[in-house]
Design a protein around this ligand. Structure first.
Ligand code: NAD
Length: 260
């Protein structure tokens, strides 16, 4: 083999990565990509069918995956899920907080409080719980990585989405606060803000509305693919990304910078 000239590794081979919401969309794409790169992947999701199908997909392609059903909104189940991952794959090196739902509300909605609480319970609070629950592993490995999936809704705001928008802004605040708190352990904590991406979350939007939005609002005039987000997550997880922390990176086809 040719001798490599760079000092910092661009490989996650052998690393254990835990991904929440890995049964579908961007979580699934991220799980498949890490497995392709030789990582050992804990495929977790509240949806058992999703867990089973992504785990089987990885295994049949020759990768290493362990499926664990985990509802991130249920704090009581986190400990047992992590124990299963540690016993099956080993110490967790990389945590990807990705699980999510679309939860909006009009300001005069009678259910506003419930929607607000649901958004925080699924989209924000679990991120800090999982980071804290994985902390010993992340410290122990010497170059722990946390990647939190926020959204362009974490950088701006749209109509009728207050609970989601607030939770996604919170993910950015949490990312920055944790990046400061964990820097002494050389753990990096970064946020990825996807723009419009074709997943089951956006599939319910009629195709012509998606096309109009993409043409008007993104510089690249199209929706993104889940794999295009997964590759950014992988980049942030690499040992060679050791000096990137507290960063908030849009993967949005130019949506947030576009003025015209
Ligand atoms: P998706 O619906 O395809 O996947 C989300 C996954 O999360 C599903 O498998 C679902 O079962 C799982 N999930 C939901 N609630 C859960 C819970 N309580 N515990 C564990 N798993 C749970 O959607 P996606 O678009 O791939 O979403 C992934 C992330 O990206 C979410 O955080 C979402 O908010 C964010 N995001 C999506 C878009 C987009 O355009 N699709 C844009 C910006 C941000």
């Amino acid at each position: 083999m040719t001798r490599r000239l760079s000092r910092l590794s661009r490989s996650v081979a052998g690393k254990v990565v835990l991904i929440t919401g890995a049964g579908s969309g961007m979580g699934r794409a991220t799980a498949l990509l890490f497995a392709d790169e030789g990582a050992k992947v804990a495929v977790t999701d509240v949806d058992r069918d999703g867990v089973e199908s992504v785990t089987a997909e990885i295994s049949s392609a020759g990768g290493t995956a362990l499926g664990v059903v985990l509802d991130v909104a249920d704090p009581a189940s986190i400990g047992a899920a992590l124990k299963t991952v540690r016993e099956g794959l080993g110490r967790i090196d990389v945590l990807v907080n990705n699980a999510g739902i679309s939860v909006g509300a009009e300001i005069d909605d009678e259910e506003f409080d419930d929607r607000w609480q649901l958004a925080l319970d699924v989209l924000l609070t679990p991120h800090q719980r999982l980071i804290r629950a994985c902390l010993d592993d992340l410290i122990d490995c010497g170059e722990g990585r946390v990647i939190n999936i926020s959204s362009t809704e974490g950088l701006g705001a749209s109509r009728s989405t207050t609970p989601y928008t607030v939770a996604k802004h919170g993910v950015i605040g949490l990312t920055r606060a944790m990046a400061i708190a964990l820097a002494k352990h050389s753990i990096t904590v970064n946020a990825v803000c996807p723009g419009p991406i074709l997943t089951s979350m956006t599939q319910a939007i009629p195709a012509e509305h998606r096309d109009t939005f993409a043409r008007r609002r993104t510089a690249l005039r199209r929706y993104g693919d889940p794999e295009e987000v997964a590759h950014m997550v992988l980049n942030l997880a690499l040992p060679s990304s050791s000096y990137v922390t507290g960063a908030v990176i849009a993967v949005d086809g130019g949506q947030t910078m576009k003025n015209d």
